[in-house]
Write a protein that binds this ligand. Structure first.
Ligand SMILES: Nc1ncnc2c1ncn2[C@@H]1O[C@H](COP(=O)(O)OP(=O)(O)OP(=O)(O)O)[C@@H](O)[C@H]1O
Ligand SMILES: [Mg+2]
Length: 260
């Protein structure tokens, strides 16, 4: 279980201070696919970056399974990061490394032997459906394939949690559907808790069992996805839903992509 307690994050100081997170309280349970939705600039990325301490909260605590990790440093911080995988919109692969060596990278950092780490990487590439592409370079892959490599790399250390920051935003609807399916399998079969940032309500409604809506750094609504979307309590959620005129259309595209 991950708990955020009174988390605030302020960038800059004095007149230039920007309050990106304001008193955020959230509980993410083991096995959740937890969605964080909100407009651009609402604080979504800042929130997930606090979960692996890529950003330090200015105030408040981040608690994993009852252990306060907010002030970890050194080796303990590296160990925490190994427990928390992350994937991004732009895939963030190492362009000079083959697919295989992208996936072995986290294991190299841990000092694993070449044979062991390559065996593990092959296993992971199999899992994400890229067993044949181990020797290619990222530039020789489609966007969806690159995201699969990033997912394999994020899984290398057997994380309990994976943070997905707009992981499908750069992909077409059909590829989006296949990546969402892969993430869902990882959640169900490997028991990895997913925290999914998205500005796409169809993506959230497709895979998230719970969602939190964030607006100007505040959580304005949180709950079971179907309930939040069918009976939104906050004006911000209502506006997001009404602005999303593409909702129905995109959902249909996603369904169509999946059927192929
Ligand atoms: N390093 C930084 N220094 C100063 N301000 C920052 C920094 N990172 C983010 N911010 C500001 O904090 C606010 C929240 O940013 P964040 O990236 O968390 O938003 P977001 O919800 O992820 O937006 P998007 O959907 O566009 O990715 C924004 O106003 C942003 O300009
Ligand atoms: Mg962002």
């Amino acid at each position: 279980m991950i708990q955020l307690q009174h988390v605030c994050k302020t960038y800059g100081e004095g007149e230039r201070a920007h309050h990106a997170l304001r008193n955020v309280n959230l509980t993410i349970n083991d096995g959740d696919v937890f969605g964080i939705i909100g407009a651009s600039g609402a604080g979504k990325s800042t929130l997930v970056r606090c979960l692996n301490l890529l950003e330090r909260p200015t105030e408040g605590s981040i608690i994993y399974d009852g252990r306060d990790i907010t002030n970890l440093s050194g080796k303990a911080l590296l160990e925490l990061r190994a427990q928390v995988g992350m994937i991004f919109q732009n895939f963030s692969l190492f362009q000079q490394r083959t697919v295989l060596r992208n996936v072995t990278f986290p294991l190299e950092l841990r000092g694993e032997k070449k044979e062991a780490r390559e065996a593990r990487a092959h296993e992971l590439l199999e899992l994400v459906g890229l067993a044949d592409l181990a020797q290619r370079y990222p530039s020789q892959l489609s966007g969806g394939q690159q995201q699969r490599v990033a997912i394999a790399r994020a899984l290398a250390n057997n994380p309990k949690v994976m943070l997905c920051d707009e992981a499908t935003s750069a992909l077409d609807p059909r590829t989006t559907a296949s990546i969402l399916q892969l993430l869902q399998n990882i959640n169900r079969n490997l028991g990895v808790t997913l925290v999914v940032i998205t500005h796409s309500l169809p993506v959230a409604s497709k895979i998230c069992n719970r969602v939190a809506v964030i607006d100007q750094g505040r959580i304005v609504e949180e709950g079971v996805t179907a309930k939040v979307f069918s009976d939104p309590q906050s004006p911000v959620t209502r506006e997001l839903l009404s602005n999303d005129s593409l909702l129905v259309e995109t959902e249909q595209n996603v369904e169509a992509g999946e059927a192929k």
